[in-house]
Design a protein around this ligand. Structure first.
Ligand SMILES: CC(C)(COP(=O)(O)OP(=O)(O)OC[C@H]1O[C@@H](n2cnc3c(N)ncnc32)[C@H](O)[C@@H]1OP(=O)(O)O)[C@@H](O)C(=O)NCCC(=O)NCCS
Length: 189
């Protein structure tokens, strides 16, 4: 983990001095079930993300709360990361979805939320990040190339869930993106 990722304020590992204006007023935390309805609405407002059922978001906010993060600005949910450790890959964090409301973009929120998650005691031992991206999602490629630089770790990609084989022709091919190995930030509780 590079210097800029050092823990400075509780669980936020991107130092305040490097944040754009207004970004320090955003609170990041593990979600609770009371956040799920707002998270569901945020995802719906962030195409091209697939929406899941609200029930699935409720499960993420309860069973998987330790590996998810929600960001609030002025009390309103503006950011979300869902993820988990894939079974039998104890050193890997799989980031499922990241969403930032258009009003809160450009404030390093994805890296701040990811840093918040990786710094948690429950995520100890993580040195690889996986996610999947469709070829045309420029914002996502831009984001994860930036994360690769931030973590000082190379990014690799390979076709994963195929349009025909896995999606029955109804969804673009998802490329598995792997970033690592990296040194996880110190656990902060
Ligand atoms: C992807 C998303 C989370 C990025 O949030 P954001 O607040 O704009 O991210 P940041 O401002 O912290 O930018 C992080 C990096 O991504 C790059 N980026 C952001 N939007 C981009 C775009 N549309 N095209 C290319 N690169 C982009 C930035 O240039 C930055 O790179 P840098 O650090 O080298 O300057 C946001 O655009 C979003 O919610 N999109 C809709 C949902 C989605 O596609 N999620 C990803 C798939 S799971």
């Amino acid at each position: 983990m590079p210097d800029e990722a050092t823990t400075t304020s509780g669980t936020d590992i991107v130092p305040d001095r490097s944040l754009p204006a207004g970004a320090a007023d955003i609170q990041i935390a593990a979600p609770g079930p009371e956040d799920a309805a707002e998270i569901h609405a945020l995802i719906a407002a962030c195409p091209p993300l697939d929406t899941n059922s609200l029930y699935a978001n409720l499960i993420q906010c309860t069973h998987f709360a330790d590996s998810c993060a929600v960001a609030r600005m002025g009390g309103k949910v503006v950011g979300w990361i869902s993820g988990h450790r894939p079974p039998e890959k104890d050193d890997t964090y799989f980031l499922w979805q990241v969403a930032v409301h258009p009003d809160a973009r450009g404030k390093s929120l994805p890296k701040r939320m990811l840093g918040n998650i990786l710094a948690r005691q429950a995520q100890g031992g993580i040195s690889w990040l996986e996610t999947s991206i469709t070829r045309t999602n420029d914002a996502s490629w831009g984001l994860f190339r930036s994360v690769s630089g931030w973590l000082s770790a190379p990014l690799r990609e390979e076709p994963w869930f195929d349009r025909q084989t896995h999606f029955g022709g109804q969804h673009d091919t998802e490329f598995l993106v792997t970033i690592g190995p990296f040194e996880a930030p110190a656990a902060s509780g």
